[in-house]
Design a protein. Structure first.
Length: 202
């Protein structure tokens, strides 16, 4: 199956830290003044924008609303790609309780709420793909560029057998595969897109 023609073209989630889906040839290419989005494959892409709020109730409602609006627009939800994440730019000893709570709310709780809301709809149709992305490897995203100093980049690169950072496109390609029919017998799998970082024993 080509990802150009998924079962319903229904995606939800983000990869690039901006709330936009960024999966290979369905990544946002351009956002015009009217809010329209053109994609790398020329097809239109619609965004469902939600505010996760600052309470558990608001966060769970936001996830449910994201799924509900997706189904209202497209009639179904086939694929959830979840990659929302933040980092803390300070040491362990200096991290505040507020910063820690925000990290857990977004990186952990947000994943749970989105996956649960999507899965509840997917089990009704006995079909669905959920792909969660984490930060096991060094991927050159905007967040990483901001957070990694030259010294940090050098240390990471030295520990990666492929001797470089990965790119968002390489991560997106793995997500596209896992969301496709070709990966239909793969479930509960952890796919490390990290240039050999973990296998090197770090």
């Amino acid at each position: 199956m080509s990802i150009d023609e998924p079962r319903g073209n229904d995606f939800s989630g983000g990869v690039d830290g901006t709330g936009c889906l960024d999966v290979g040839n369905v990544a946002p290419q351009d956002v015009n003044d009217a809010g329209g989005i053109s994609c790398m494959n020329g097809a239109p892409l619609e965004l469902v924008v939600i505010d996760s709020g600052d309470t558990v109730e608001k966060a769970t409602n936001a996830a449910q609303r994201m799924v509900a609006e997706t189904i209202a627009r497209f009639g179904r939800l086939d694929i959830l790609v979840h990659s929302a994440g933040v980092g803390i730019e300070r040491s362990f000893l200096e991290t505040t309780p507020e910063e820690w709570r925000r990290l857990i709310d977004i990186d952990l709780s947000g994943t749970f709420y989105c996956c649960q809301a999507a899965a509840r709809e997917m089990v009704k149709r006995r079909y669905g793909r959920i792909v969660n992305l984490s930060s096991a490897g060094a991927i050159k995203t905007e967040l990483v560029v901001e957070m990694h100093s030259a010294k940090t980049r050098a240390a990471y690169t030295a520990a990666i057998p492929m001797d470089r950072y990965g790119t968002p496109d390489e991560t997106a390609s793995a997500a596209v595969y896992l969301a496709s029919e070709e990966a239909g017998y793969i479930t509960g799998h952890v796919l490390a897109v990290d240039g050999g970082f973990l296998s090197a024993g770090i």
